[in-house]
Design a protein around this ligand. Structure first.
Ligand code: ZN
Length: 182
């Protein structure tokens, strides 16, 4: 199970948007279902009703509603105003930071705990996964019983997928669907 987190714009019917351009939002998820790339479509960004951090595994963070006006903003009630399709910069950490970190931590710990028991080739993959999930070289070294220098020397070429096929498909769709026709 991959864990790819996304701070998504939400819509009244459960649609989740992953990118914005030209007043449009690219919808990549409906409810808990990730859409296939050929199902991606766009909606006007003024239909955004809020924001939530979502994960490809189905996990979903607390929903923040979009306030109708600046005066309606109420952060303790998780109602935030933004004139843009993205939430204000200073609330992004509030919306997505801590909860997602807590969601990912046990997954990362499981990967780290498996390290000492894996054959070399699978250990390399596991180190890459741990890095994707935010583990430091110190975390990896401690789990493997090595010094950070030795851990880095052994696994520095572990494959880390920062940019996944899903990201690539979303970027292509954003260009195709949200760029104005000439
Ligand atoms: Zn997840």
């Amino acid at each position: 199970m991959r864990h790819e987190g996304l701070l998504g714009a939400t819509f009244a019917d459960g649609g989740v948007g992953a990118g914005y351009a030209e007043g449009k939002v690219l919808i990549v998820k409906l409810g808990d279902r990730d859409l296939e790339p050929e199902e991606y479509h766009v909606r006007p960004d003024n239909e955004i009703t809020g924001w939530a951090h979502v994960c490809s595994c189905g996990w979903r963070g607390t929903h923040w509603r979009r306030a109708a006006t600046p005066r309606d903003q109420d952060l303790p009630a998780r109602r935030v105003w933004s004139p843009h399709p993205s939430p204000p910069m200073d609330t992004i950490d509030l919306i997505s930071g801590h909860e997602y970190g807590e969601h990912i931590a046990p997954v990362r710990d499981d990967v780290l705990a498996s390290l000492p028991h894996l054959p070399a080739d699978r250990a390399l993959t596991a180190v890459g996964q741990a890095r994707e999930l935010g583990a430091s070289w110190t975390d990896i070294a401690t789990a493997a019983g090595l010094t950070p220098e030795d851990a880095h020397a052994r696994w520095q070429h572990a494959p880390v997928q920062v940019f996944t096929r899903r990201h690539g498909a979303q970027l292509a769709a954003l260009t195709r669907l949200c760029t104005p026709a000439d």
